[in-house]
Write a protein that binds this ligand. Structure first.
Ligand code: NAD
Length: 338
């Protein structure tokens, strides 16, 4: 089976057209950056409800301007989905409204973007000539099932509206495989982090928020006792998973979902001390931090850890970064940006 390096060499010699939905967002913009750096043609589709257009355009300015095309539009518009798919080889579908708390306060909008929008994309992709459709699922698909590590076939009941939307994506993908022989690949991401993740706003993820707060001498809030744990996944691992899934020639690998992370568990307390220590090392100063422990957040699960053997065996996925290596890269990116 080909390795990630083999696929990179293949892309250096062969130019394809990629559609990245959610290109203005965190994971989408990292995919755009990676593919443009390999001289691939990229169409980015985003309605910029969360993504930032100027940041995306600044990023793409670093490359030959024939390579990137932006479609500013909504995946709830069927015509946009169909026209975006013209002359595309691979789709990396990442447009969605993330965040469990956001979905609890506004389930309708999450449903619109994550389920109706997903279905539009799936129908348009089924009716086009693409080679492969990769979509972002989530570890939230495991719902209330507590067993660790999480294995793809063993899931529980969804715990919140976001988790329902990601589970429904997988159900639709599966049904399209059965009824229309349209096989896609779902990537169940586990807490992805890295450069360009939003650090501001009510729904910012924990790592960019804490890095920003520590750099600005602000308090750190921890929901619960800090022993809640997650399998934090550096964004380069997610990028790798998209590329190997899209280019995979292994027919058995298609029509499946995969855990994408590292396969390790880190508690919030440990994560905070790792970020704190790495920031101190990076800037060469002692920083005092004061974590404030708050109530557990509704809808959150207690622990999470991925079994990544399915992705290893069928896709040849081997994460390049563990949590600490990813934290170092992320901190240096935020410090450079400041
Ligand atoms: N970041 C994580 O830890 C994580 C974990 C599990 C799953 N995921 C999934 O990965 C994908 C990307 O996540 P992210 O962290 O990059 O999120 P993000 O919010 O940074 O990016 C999502 C992008 O989608 C765009 N978008 C939202 N609704 C849209 C619509 N209706 N039409 C067009 N564009 C729309 C937003 O403007 C944004 O730019 C999402 O599907 C998310 O659910 C992310």
């Amino acid at each position: 089976m080909k390795t990630f390096d083999n696929y990179i060499n293949h892309l250096k010699k062969n130019q394809y057209s990629w559609l990245i939905t959610g290109a203005g967002g965190f994971i989408g913009s990292n995919l755009v950056n990676f593919l443009l750096s390999l001289n691939q043609k990229v169409v980015g589709l985003d309605n910029f409800s969360l993504g930032i257009k100027d940041e995306l355009m600044n990023l793409t300015k670093n490359y030959n301007n024939d390579l990137f095309n932006l479609i500013e539009g909504d995946i709830n518009d069927k015509d946009i989905c169909f026209s975006a798919l013209e002359k595309i080889d691979f789709v990396l579908h990442h447009a969605a409204l993330g965040s469990v708390p956001r979905s609890i306060s506004d389930p309708f909008s999450s449903n619109e973007a994550n389920i109706s929008g997903f279905l539009n994309m799936l129908i348009a992709a089924r009716d086009s000539n693409i080679k492969n459709f990769i979509y972002a699922s989530s570890s939230s698909a495991y719902g209330d099932h507590e067993a660790l590590p999480k294995v793809e076939d063993v899931i529980g009941k969804p715990k919140n509206p976001y988790s329902i939307t990601k589970y429904v994506n997988e159900l639709y993908a599966n049904t399209f495989s059965e009824h229309y022989s349209f096989k896609s690949i779902g990537l169940r991401y586990f807490n992805v982090f890295g450069p360009r993740q939003r650090e501001n706003g009510d729904y910012a993820a924990v790592i960019p928020k804490w890095i920003k707060n520590i750099l600005n001498n602000q308090d750190i809030e921890i929901y619960g006792d800090g022993e809640t744990s997650r399998d934090f996944c550096y964004v380069d691992n997610a990028v790798q998973a998209n590329i190997i899934a899209a280019l995979s020639e292994n027919e058995i690998a298609k029509g499946q979902v995969y855990n994408i992370s590292v396969g390790n568990q880190t508690s919030l307390n440990k994560l905070l001390s790792m970020i704190h220590k790495n920031i101190e090392n990076s800037i060469g100063e002692i920083i005092k931090i004061k974590p404030i422990y708050k109530d557990f957040r509704p809808g959150d699960i207690r622990h999470s850890r991925a079994d990544i053997s399915k992705a290893k065996n069928l896709l040849n996925y081997f994460p390049s970064h563990n949590v600490e290596q990813g934290i170092k890269e992320t901190i240096s990116w935020y410090i450079d940006k400041k």
